[in-house]
Write a protein that binds this ligand. Sequence first.
Ligand SMILES: CC(C)(COP(=O)(O)OP(=O)(O)OC[C@H]1O[C@@H](n2cnc3c(N)ncnc32)[C@H](O)[C@@H]1OP(=O)(O)O)[C@@H](O)C(=O)NCCC(=O)NCCS
Length: 349
Amino acid sequence: MPARIDTAVGAAHTQMLGLGVYRPERIVPNSEIVGPIDSSDEWIQTRSGIRARRFASGGRGSADPESVIGMATEAGRRALAASNLDADQIGAVVLATSSQMVLGPSAGAVVATNLGMSDTAAFDVSAGCAGFCYALANASHMVRAGIAQYVLVIGVERLTDLLDPTDRSCAFIFADGAGAVVVGPSEEEGIGPVAWGSDGSQTAAIKQDKDFQEFFAEVAEKGAEAGRPFIRMQGTAVFRWAATFLEKACRDALDKAGVSAEDLDVFVPHQANSRITDALVRVLKMPENVVVAKDIAEAGNTSAASIPLAMDQVLRTGGAQPGDTALLMGFGAGLAYAGQVVRLPRIAE
Ligand SMILES: CC(C)(COP(=O)(O)OP(=O)(O)OC[C@H]1O[C@@H](n2cnc3c(N)ncnc32)[C@H](O)[C@@H]1OP(=O)(O)O)[C@@H](O)C(=O)NCCC(=O)NCCS
């Protein structure tokens, strides 16, 4: 007889307890971006809704406050405070990013140690701008499965390290920041089933234009003239996909949670572009009283960090309250998407 293997038993329901964010100090208005892309403040605001964004300053090292590790650590610290939890109560750290430009160690493991955790499970998730919602789903599943009581979820980006300031499609869109939540058990459901998917046939729509091997081959050939890797985007293709396909993704998340658009208090889509948000609000026939996150105006598109940053914006200034019912929907490079209906968390003071 083979030995019986025990099953862990977790919580019936989960919720986001507390939210913490880190916004880089440096505010960059459109006027600082327009020169190299021959654009204007008016064009950028009309096409994207962006008035300004935050760019990280200083080095990329783990001790630098506005590195991927530094921003993630501070957002994580604030999420723990908002959740009234200590670092040693966290059973796992799941960190979503596309801009920690080393293959190892995972940023999650370094952040866990920075926060004072020891022997805590930690790993990174690479799902582009959908990364936070992928990480949130995984965290919720871990708590339900009984393998962690509390999980710290972080979305963090320093996309300026991948930004070509002369690229007319990307230079005005992408930016930096971090946001984090703690997921834990709950009396009632606070994180609905995830609706998620991907389409690898559309990798060219948003991608890093060269990998390490291509970069080093170019360095060997051209020396200092070699161009470093940049993020590239086929703006029209992304816009078309987002404005059409994502209606189905949002409806799927609502159906899985048994919730209709009329039941929502808040809509927090990935802050890709305010025209995409407006198109989704229209096709989903969101009632007028639903608060719609528009953090992109001051934060730009921060990829995996955008949804927690946008939750912070609606909770701090946008008329939403902790406990409100919200639809989250992350989408981008992959192309990939993930979203779920949630109850909004508390925010750090
Ligand atoms: C990037 C985006 C704003 C570009 O807008 P667009 O209307 O598709 O732009 P096009 O490339 O078709 O160009 C339209 C015109 O604007 C001009 N233009 C393009 N980029 C410009 C810029 N940065 N500044 C000023 N003018 C610009 C073009 O030259 C063109 O001019 P013309 O009509 O005189 O030939 C748009 O495609 C978009 O919002 N895509 C989705 C991006 C997104 O959300 N990404 C995040 C995904 S996670």
